[in-house]
Write a protein that binds this ligand. Sequence first.
Ligand code: CDP
Length: 738
Amino acid sequence: SVNTCKMPVQDLPSDEPQDDATHANGTEAAILSDQVSNINLENQDDELLHFLLKYQADRDSETKKQNEEKKSKKKLLRTEKVPEEIVQQTRSLPIYALKHQLIELVKNNQFVIILGETGSGKSTQIPQYIAEAGLVQDGTKIGITQPRRVAAKSLAQRVSTEMGVKLGSYVGFAVRFESCLSSKTVIKYMTDGLLVKDCVEGDSNLDSYSVVMIDEAHDRSIHTDVAFGLLKRTARCRPDLKVIISSATLEFEKLSTFFNDAPVFNISGKSFDVQVLYQPCTNYMTYMTSTILTIHRKRTAGDILVFLTGQDEIEKVYDELSAISESKVAQKALELQLMVVPCHASLPFEDQQKIFLSTPEGFRKIVLATNIAETSITIDGIGFVIDCGFVKERRYNHCTGIETLVTVPITKFQAIQRKGRAGRTQPGQCLRMYSKEQYDRFKQATQPDIQRSNVEFVILDLLAMGVDNPLKFEFIDPPPPEAVGEALLNLQLLSAVDEYLKITQLGRQMVRYPLDPPLAKVLLTSAELGCSTDVLRIVSVLSTQHQYLFIRDKRRSKEIEQIKQRFFAPEGDHLTFLAICNEWTDSNYDENWCTENFIQYRILAEAEDIKFHLASIMIKNNLLTDNGDDIVTCGQAELRDNICKAFTSGYFANLAKKMATFAYQKLSYGATEERIYLHPSGSLFKKQPLPNLIIFHEVMKTSKPFIIGAVVTKAHWIKEYSPKFYKKLQEKFPLFFE
Ligand code: CDP
């Protein structure tokens, strides 16, 4: 049940194998030493005796060395030189002067909320202060969670540089599908999802941590919210566990109340005044480029940060500004040259790094960003912010199973956060492309992710952790009961949960994979069908940002279209991914091959890493041979069918029947039937005739509800893999399955 505690481990005798080994070595050495001293040493010529004496001496010194190594196992040993400028930088952070106050507060309280502007030093400094103050018990760690994997990795890198250690020794990281840790690790950066998985996989009391810091709490990702509930629950049985919640925004009252009225520690960073200007307009995109240029001409110092809603808008403004900076006449009119940098989540890593380049003399940097520049990324030197007042948000409809990407007005917190980006290094200005009245009508805070997402994986994780009734789990903001109900029904159809709502053996196997339950089920079925090696490749691609697999370039769209056609598989997108992976493997994982075929190398490389990680879990569970091969292999003739069948076993509920050209109807036994459309970039879009029945990976509603990732299926497969679902559909559509 929710409140089960494990026995406190401190009282149990230690059974650490390394200690036993030390003990054994020590005893043996003592016996040996006794034996040697009892021997008559007069017989000095005895070769064997000399040998034994020397052997003993070597052995003793070896044991001593080993013991010392063990003792210092978790000690901080600086092995690299820390550059002086980094030392100076960390000392000038606003948090530095508050170090002792902060430590005292953590010592005296189980929960502490820390507020501070992005860049004030929370993520990089607090863990170092905690470790230095001796608040991390021997043999345990401080875990710092991040909603994004890139942040976890780059913070670990940064902090190991600051501490003068190699990444993966004293400071390490673990993110989904990748980790860099050792037995010496004390400061562990990780994604919040992995902390939750630690709990699912047995460390239910988080015994391996003395301190857990939930960073970027304002982000309110689903995993962050689950971690909140878990920590509150775990802290009851572990009075020694310290929990730090750090956030960059103003919503602290709710957090403090949730964590038993935790004290709130404010790091007031040195920020400068930001003057707010309102310029309401009906369509901000019409005026964006001219507004940027006007400001550029008038401003004397400081870079410009522009908040837009997405890649399309960013590309449009980027093209317009580039055209101007390329035209000599236009450029002459400008005192400073333009250095335009786009900044959004789907940019390749190297391009994202460009945001941090300092602005060269004679230039002004203009950053065109989505909301990722609100809190996740700090760009120095911004003197002017332009805020369009909107943001793109994903919303999941649990009745239809359809996710919608909607553009909505930002919240007051977001507007304040965006404004604050201008005053970090100098007094600034913020131009809001909306009116003061519109601002007043903005909602206070964003609705947390967990209330607008599919919660199937959350519910299954909670059941696996022994939370028998997820409705009673203490969420800071619970998911709507209908969403929990729908998730339970779907988990039942997947056989992950039985009729009494208990997690099944299959469900327990599914939670071992860091995947959505349907995708985990696909992997498990593929092992039975003898097509795991191929299904693994497809599942890995589906776990990346596969919608960006093909490079988009308006100027070369015809060429790209031709190349894409070459890979398109008649069964649909999943087998297209397989064809791409196979050819790439034949090219010996060549990056040039990707460039020639307009494919993003970084996505295939990431998929390859994911594949290895998933394969290692399958090997551990005896679903693949030690070499990563299928244990049973299906014949070539059945292979393509079996792959489609494996996907049907997980995604039967995402079933759609052909209606008209490009249009399908989602078949569900619920009240709604949605019309959904093949996306023009998909493999089946140009196929004639269109397959009668398909299953899909997801539906994303932008201008229309578009199918992303479609693959053919057959009615009798649905019957085979989910007789219950099939029966319900048959009752509702009696004519359909004839
Ligand atoms: O957590 P918070 O946003 O308060 O600050 P932080 O991430 O600890 O960043 C403090 C400073 O460390 C930043 O201003 C950067 O100068 C530096 N930093 C960095 O160089 N590389 C990183 N990956 C993270 C921080």
